[in-house]
Write a protein of this length. Sequence first.
Length: 236
Amino acid sequence: RVASLLDRLTTLHRARTTVIETLQSRTAGSVEDAERILGMTGLEIETVLARVAASQSLGEGGPFIAALPDGAELTGFAGMVTGLDTQLNRLGALQTALRAMPLVAHLDGYRVSSGFGKRRDPITSKCAHPGGLDLSAPLRSAVRASAPGVVTVAGWNGRYGRMIEIDHGFGIRTRYGHLRKILVKKGQRVHHRKKIALVGNNGRSTGPHLHYEILSGKITVDPMRFIKAGKYVFKN
């Protein structure tokens, strides 16, 4: 009977080890995919994950469990479970970050009339760096939120004309300028692809278009990298 029980225990141990190894392999692949997508935006992955961790920090406590001596490492099945737990935590943080990223197009149809970076100013003809994209589209075209978030600005804002700013969390914000009509209010929570405004031609503008910016912290980043990352997601 003892020999039979030992055989059964050995079989169970092998089975659970196989399960953990399979989960580790699948999780590692998912982590790589998520990191690839987030990396395509040009953002520093570890910085974004640090912001996610800071936003999710909760109270701590529970029973005391002594730590391993310095230099000691978990081995065998316990080590495998710990490694899988670490992978799953990272995957969860990456998925949380990606859900907040503005990866979806904010206009159903547009033409890029001015890209990100240095360009000739259309009014003064001097070299300028507007910090976003100018997207040509017909007057009154629907402008949609490129990710879920909370409206922090909805009104007139100088050279932007009528402008909306949305905070998506983790330091990421989007701005939509030169709007003909604003359809949301400050403090309103909007979902992904919600219609928030109509394309206009006001503020410092020479024709109907949408000025679109993405900010990471206080720094503007290239929106086209996010758009390309979004296309990669839906393509694959």
